[in-house]
Design a protein around this ligand. Structure first.
Ligand SMILES: [Zn+2]
Length: 134
């Protein structure tokens, strides 16, 4: 799915590939997800956060060395979130949690990000677009 109007404090599932967090889905496979809290909202932008005890995904940064952005609205307890990830909107999000599997038996839709089991690539670039998005 495409995130356009995030909600402060809401939990979302961000896509993760082998290098870390991703906001745009390119090749429709081998993504997992990580739960993230929306801790700040700005003009067409959002910051996701993780607390110290939460596993911070690759490509997130340590927020303690970064100043707050004056144009953004932060969650009240933003200090509790040690790690952050800034994203421009719109961005791709998963509609549900997807954990790593030894074998991938489905694919993510390149357009909406939903996961379909037992499907194969149906686009020339090796990606998959689901029935609803075609
Ligand atoms: Zn779709």
């Amino acid at each position: 799915m495409l995130l356009i109007n995030p909600e402060l404090g809401q939990t979302y599932y961000l896509f993760v590939d082998s290098k870390g967090l991703v906001t745009i889905i390119n090749s429709g496979s081998n993504y997992t997800t990580v739960a993230a809290t929306c801790i700040a909202i700005g003009d067409n932008s959002v910051i996701f956060g993780w607390k110290t005890r939460e596993a911070a995904p690759k490509r997130s940064y340590n927020r303690h060395s970064v100043n707050l952005v004056s144009q953004m609205t932060y969650i009240n307890n933003q200090k509790d979130y040690t790690y952050g990830f800034y994203c421009a909107l719109p961005m791709n999000l998963s509609s549900k949690e997807v954990l790593p599997h030894p074998k991938v038996d489905g694919m993510f839709c390149k357009k909406c990000g939903d996961y379909s089991t037992y499907v194969e690539a149906n686009q020339l670039d090796g990606s998959f677009i689901c029935y609803n998005c075609r």
